[in-house]
Design a protein around this ligand. Structure first.
Ligand code: MG
Length: 463
C-alpha cells in the first residue's frame, strides 16, 4: 500500500498558509531496528530520503519508544504517557478486541485540534476498532483516516486497506484539502512489519531482499511526501519527525530487521527492543547534526504542543518538551527512561530503568520475537530472571549491554545503585495502572469483515 504522490498532494494541498503555526508530519515505521537505515550504518539498505532527512536534520542516537511491541508503543506515542496508564497492555490489540485506547486519553491530534489544525492518520492504527469503530482515529482527534486497523498479518482479511471496507477512502481524504489550515499528518506505515512486500517501484530493487525492498518502498513514499511539502511551499514551516514503534523481529531471520550494535530486539527490554532510529527535520529551524541526548516517543506530544502553542492535557504526562534539543541542539530535560515488559504488572513493576548513561536491569527475559539470534539472552528460552542487585551497564561505553559493571569496591557505583533504586521507587509510586484494555478479550463480531452478514465469523470474512 504505497501512498501515491496524488493522495499525499490531496492531503497536504491545504498547506498554502505562511504565517501559521508549524505543521507536523510524524512518520512511524513498524518493527524497524536501530541498525536498519543507511544513515544508521546498514550496508545494503536503500534509504536515500531518510538519509537526506538525517543529513539535513538532527539524528538521535539515544531515542526510545516505550514498549517492544506495537500497540502499547503507539498508545504512548500519541498520549505522551506510559502504556500502563492508558491500559494498553498486555501484548497487542487483536482484530476483534473489545477494548482500545480509552477515549478519555488525549492524543496529539486532540491537543492540536483546538488551534484549528487539520488532522489525518494514514496507515496502521493498532489502537482498537471496537463496537461501531468507536476506537478508530476519527474518534481520537483525527479528521481523516485511511489505513489498516491493525497489522497486516492479523485477521482473516488480508486485503484491508480502509475501514469500513466499502468506503472509497481516496474520495474522502481530501475534504480538508483546500482549507488554509496548519496540519498534523500521522503516517504510521505498515512497513517494515512482517510479511514484507513491495510494489513494482521497489520490489527487487535493493541488495537486501524483501525487507530492504519494503523499506525502500516506505522511503520512496517519504520522498513523495517531501516533494509535496516542497511543491506546496510549506516545507520551511513543517517539522518532519521519523522514528519506529519497536525493535526488529529477529525471529524472521534475514527478513526481520536489524538492531545494529544493540542487544536483542522486539519483545525484549534490552535496548535492541526499544531504542530506535529517530530523525527531526525542519529546514531553517533545525540545524544539521547528531545528538546523544536521551529522548523518547513520549516527548513528541509535549514538544508539538509547545511548538504550536497548545495546552497540555491535565493528566500525568511522562513526556517532556524536547524543543531545546531540536532548535538549539541543547540539553534534554529527560534524565530517565523506564522499561516495562510486554506484560507489565504492578507485582513486578519495571524490568529496567535508564538513568543518564546507565541502565539497570531488575529483570531480564528473552522473547519469541527475538528468537534465532546467537545471543542466548534473546530467545524465548531465556526465562524470566530477577537481578538483585540489578545488572548495571554503562550504555556509552557498552551500548550492546554485554558487560555488567562490577559494583564491588566501587563506592561511586554503590551510590549510583542507591540513586537508581530511589528513582525507581519514586516513579513507581506515581504509576497508577489503568484498566487493561486488552484483557477485556475479543468478540469476532467486532472484527472488520469484508462480508458483514456472513457466518460464522471470523473465518467467513476471508476475502
Ligand atoms: Mg511494531
Amino acid at each position: 500500500m504505497a501512498l501515491t504522490r496524488f493522495a499525499l498532494f490531496n492531503i497536504l494541498l491545504f498547506c498554502s498558509c505562511a504565517a501559521s503555526p508549524p505543521n507536523f508530519v510524524l512518520l512511524f515505521a513498524d518493527d524497524l531496528g536501530f541498525g536498519d537505515l543507511g544513515c544508521y550504518g546498514h550496508p545494503t539498505s536503500l534509504t536515500p530520503n531518510l538519509d537526506r532527512l538525517a543529513a539535513a536534520g538532527l539524528r538521535f542516537t539515544d531515542f526510545y519508544c516505550t514498549s517492544p511491541v506495537c500497540s502499547p508503543s503507539r498508545a504512548s506515542l500519541l498520549t505522551g504517557r506510559y502504556q500502563t496508564r492508558s491500559g494498553i497492555y498486555p501484548g497487542v490489540i487483536y482484530p476483534g478486541s473489545i477494548g482500545g485506547l480509552p477515549l478519555n486519553e488525549t492524543t496529539i491530534a486532540e491537543v492540536l485540534k483546538p488551534l484549528g489544525y487539520a488532522t489525518a492518520a494514514v496507515g496502521k492504527w493498532h489502537l482498537g476498532v471496537g463496537s461501531n469503530g468507536m476506537f478508530l482515529p476519527t474518534n481520537q482527534g483525527f479528521d481523516q483516516y485511511l489505513g489498516i486497523p491493525y497489522s497486516h498479518d492479523m485477521g482473516p482479511c488480508r486485503n484491508l486497506t480502509c475501514f469500513p471496507p466499502d468506503v472509497k477512502c481516496f474520495g474522502l481524504c481530501d475534504v480538508a484539502a483546500k482549507k488554509k489550515q496548519p496540519f498534523f499528518l500521522y503516517y504510521p506505515s505498515h512497513h517494515t512489519h512482517y510479511p514484507q512486500y513491495a510494489g513494482p517501484g521497489a520490489a527487487g530493487r535493493t541488495l537486501r531482499g524483501p525487507f530492504g525492498d519494503a523499506l525502500y518502498e516506505f522511503d520512496n513514499t517519504i520522498g513523495n511526501l517531501l516533494a509535496t511539502l516542497e511543491k506546496t511551499g510549506v516545507i520551511n514551516n513543517t517539522l518532519v519527525f521519523f522514528t519506529s514503534d519497536n525493535g526488529p523481529e529477529l525471529m524472521r531471520m534475514s527478513r526481520g530487521g536489524n538492531s545494529g550494535p544493540l542487544k536483542c530486539g522486539k519483545g525484549t527490554t534490552y535496548d535492541g527492543g526499544m531504542r530506535e532510529p529517530a530523525i527531526a527535520f525542519w529546514p531553517g529551524t533545525i540545524q544539521p547534526g547528531v545528538t546523544h541526548e536521551m529522548a523518547s516517543t513520549l516527548d513528541i506530544l509535549p514538544t508539538m504542543a509547545s511548538l504550536a502553542g497548545a495546552k497540555l492535557p491535565q493528566v500525568i504526562l511522562d513526556g517532556v518538551d524536547m524543543t531545546e534539543i531540536l532548535v538549539n541542539q541543547g540539553k534534554s530535560k529527560r534524565e530517565t527512561m523506564m522499561f516495562y515488559p510486554t506484560d507489565p504488572s504492578e507485582m513486578y513493576g519495571l524490568f529496567a530503568l535508564r538513568l543518564g548513561k546507565y541502565k539497570a536491569h531488575f529483570y531480564t527475559r528473552g522473547a519469541t520475537h527475538s528468537g534465532t539470534t546467537p545471543d542466548k539472552d534473546c530467545p524465548v528460552f531465556a526465562v524470566l530472571k530477577p537481578h538483585d542487585p540489578p545488572l548495571i551497564f554503562d550504555l556509552e561505553a557498552d551500548p550492546s549491554e554485554n558487560y555488567p559493571l562490577f559494583l564491588g569496591g566501587r563506592p561511586d557505583l554503590q551510590a549510583l545503585l542507591e540513586r537508581i533504586k530511589k528513582v525507581k521507587e519514586q516513579f513507581e509510586a506515581t504509576m497508577v495502572f489503568g484498566e487493561s484494555q486488552i484483557s477485556k478479550g475479543t468478540d469476532p463480531e467486532l472484527e472488520p469483515c469484508c462480508n458483514p452478514q456472513c457466518s460464522p465469523k471470523p473465518t467467513c470474512c476471508r476475502c
